[in-house]
Design a protein around this ligand. Structure first.
Ligand code: GLA
Length: 411
């Protein structure tokens, strides 16, 4: 949950701008424990929602205008629900615009809204600040009525906003965990059926520690799309040997062992390596969830380490800074496992650490990373929190019938 100070600050900012009492919703960022680059292959992921979030303070309007103010960017952006377009001068607002567009496309009846947005998910760090703003937006419109979607449909609407409005070809993991995350649990999500299983971490002696390389590579989008199409190429080839294969999810480790040479010849060694990562990562994720469920943290840690090596060597989405942070984590005391997390090419690593070992871990990793890269890592010892919801539960204010004072001066 956001600190009382943050809640107070956003409520005050809202009152100053719009002169009425807001309601507030929040949606968390996430960190993925294992199952990387598997979601768009219909595979498995194991993320947790973390105590870094985006809040939206809002009140309904009597018209079709959406007025937004970002506290982080100290910038306003407004649009009409009847004509939703990208705002290139306020890119942060495009996630809100996209979700409004996506919900309406699916038949939701939205009303105008005045809103203030604030977040503490680091932007472009691979902790899903964009999913958090999308899901908070969906929750805002849902709270105002006219949106009758299940939780899963809500997450899908947010993904569609990002794919088709913002133009980023992401999978479903980030929006799903931000919507459906559960305190003290990871979610084993089947990204094909969208069924999920809660995996309790509450009783385990561990902390989820995220370390940010502070490197942001422009490459992420183009390389992400390249990986997706290499996976599709692998499927197209393997389908000849394994009829009925529609995604790498359908390919087992045994299948791959049998047809690896054929894949290598037909599609080339690069595509074969990409497939090897995805098939192995799916198996690691399913095994990892079972290991956590029986309390085998040592095994889970090994699987995390294997995941990192596979992302580095086979999928080739790591970078020297991510490798430096992970290797620093591997050499620290009291660490079960560590890996890069998210799309890669910069961003964050995740480590599972024994609670007592966290202070020394933070110190050790910071020092090693500075020594190897000259950079300062940002380290977050994360709580595992619930998915999106209200911050200050308060009864729904009646929709104004006309244009009140607070709507004066709207664009
Ligand atoms: C990004 C995408 C996700 C997922 C990860 C890689 O975070 O948004 O859908 O593909 O990369 O696992």
């Amino acid at each position: 949950m956001p600190t009382p100070e943050r809640v107070q600050a956003i409520a005050d900012a809202f009152r100053r701008r719009y002169g009425v009492e807001p309601r507030i919703v929040r949606a968390p960022g996430r960190v993925n424990l294992i199952g990387e680059h598997t979601d768009y292959n219909d595979g498995f992921v194991l993320p947790v929602a973390i105590d870094r979030d985006v809040m939206i303070a809002f009140a309904p309007r009597g018209d079709r205008t959406v007025r937004l103010y970002s506290l982080n960017f100290a910038q306003e952006s407004a649009f009409s629900l009847d004509r939703i377009e990208l705002d290139r001068t306020a890119p942060w607002s495009n996630y809100v615009r996209g979700v409004a567009w996506s919900l309406q496309e699916k038949g939701a009846t939205l009303c105008g809204v005045d809103a203030v947005i604030e977040g503490d998910v680091p932007v472009a760090a691979g902790l899903s600040s964009s999913a958090a703003i999308e899901v908070a937006t969906a929750r805002t419109f849902q709270a105002l009525g006219g949106v009758s979607l299940t939780e899963t449909q809500l997450a899908l609407s947010c993904q569609r906003a990002e794919n088709r409005f913002v133009g980023v070809n992401c999978g479903i993991m980030d929006q799903f965990i931000s919507t459906l995350g559960r305190r003290g649990h990871a979610l084993l999500i089947d990204c094909r059926s969208l069924e999920y299983r809660l995996v309790s971490l509450g009783g385990a002696p561990l902390r989820v520690v995220v370390a940010d390389t502070t490197v942001r590579r422009g490459l992420v989008d183009s390389e992400y799309n390249a990986r997706r199409s290499q996976c599709e190429q692998a499927v197209a080839t393997l389908r000849q040997y394994l009829p009925g294969t529609t995604a790498l999810r359908d390919v087992s480790l045994d299948d791959l062992a049998r047809f690896r040479a054929a894949l290598d010849t037909a599609a080339g060694p690069l595509v074969a390596r990409r497939a090897e990562h995805v098939v192995g990562e799916n198996a690691r994720t399913v095994e990892g969830a079972a290991a956590l469920e029986r309390g085998d943290l040592a095994r889970f840690g090994q699987l995390m380490n294997d995941s990192h090596r596979s992302l580095r060597d086979l999928y080739e989405v790591s970078c020297p800074e991510l490798d430096a942070l992970v290797e620093a984590a591997w050499s620290a005391e009291g660490v079960y496992g560590a890996r890069m997390t998210g799309a890669g090419f910069g961003g964050c690593t995740v480590a599972l650490v024994q609670p007592d070992a966290v202070p020394a871990f933070v110190e050790h990793v910071g020092r090693q990373y500075r020594r190897r890269t000259g950079r300062q890592a940002a380290v977050y010892d994360c709580e595992i929190v619930d998915g999106a919801g209200p911050v200050v539960p308060s009864p729904l204010a009646p929709l104004p019938t006309g244009r009140g004072d607070r709507n004066k001066g709207s664009p």
